[in-house]
Design a protein around this ligand. Sequence first.
Ligand code: ADP
Ligand code: MN
Ligand code: MN
Ligand code: MN
Length: 346
Amino acid sequence: MTKYKLEYIWLDGYTPVPNLRGKTQVKEFESFPTLEQLPLWGFDGSSTLQAEGRSSDCVLKPVALYPDPARTNGALVMCEVMMPDGVTPHATNRRATILDDAGAWFGFEQEYFFYKDGRPLGFPTQGYPAPQGPYYTGVGYSNVGDIARKIVEEHLDLCLEAGINHEGINAEVAKGQWEFQIFGKGSKKAADEVWMARYLLQRLTEKYGIDIEYHCKPLGDTDWNGSGMHANFSTEYMRTVGGKEYFEALMKAFETNLQDHIEVYGPDNDKRLTGKHETAPWNKFSYGVADRGASIRVPHSFVKGDAYKGYLEDRRPNSQGDPYAIASQILKTIASVPTAKKSVAA
Ligand code: ADP
Ligand code: MN
Ligand code: MN
Ligand code: MN
């Protein structure tokens, strides 16, 4: 038997942005456990805004499992928060609201800033560094400093070793700003992995005395870019049937549900979706082929040969958004649009 360090990780009840929480349980197993072998666990919900002091128990239900590359015999256990009965999802449990759909694919592009001593990593104590331009996908000390790339590489390796499906990384437009992309098949997979990648990034940077700033416009109304979390999405129907008529009906539904989407696309998005810095104004829905100034960018590959098939990129979700809530809303809107299954069969 081996003692495994199981890090149970969940989202707390803070609004508008939940925080990651985690605690370790040591348990013996013959070999690395399976998800099914992991027991339910509990925590004090009164310390996480998830319960009143008098009846404070909340239940942790393991839903995704990854080896923890930073710990000997460690495992990272993503959990949903449940009511004391262990079966009813807690009101803060957004993951439980995502429609089950194995054919839904998501790719999230998480942008973020490294922050040290209250300012972006690489910013001088007073004022600003040289203006934006060379930092995006840049190389060299003046562009990325002497520590950011080391952290980004370490984070990438940790994620890959944990089995998280990173698809890429890049330095971003502002100094101290970076991005990673995660893709997953299944309606919950990419969202689970974004939260786990955030966890690994925040834990990794503890030893560097650096924080991760997810706010979408940390430098306010300046010429410094904000951070997004573009959500690329497709369903099996979009990939295999699609068509112009369905696409237009889908865009109509996105327009109708604008408010529901903006509500879960991350706080303070009106400060980021201004129409500047490759964004669309938050209160006006738009779409366009290869248009980085639209709410939804339609890739060239989607319209190729008038097929209207493939994936779409919703550019509005921001860096602080909850990928569970975002995936949930996107699939809800998609589900409201009738597909042409019947007429195809006829
Ligand atoms: P850009 O910065 O030009 O928007 P990225 O390469 O950063 O592009 O991100 C594109 C994202 O689209 C990737 O995360 C990728 O996984 C995702 N993606 C590609 N194909 C699909 C698909 N069929 N369904 C959902 N997401 C997809
Ligand atoms: Mn990108
Ligand atoms: Mn980007
Ligand atoms: Mn993008």
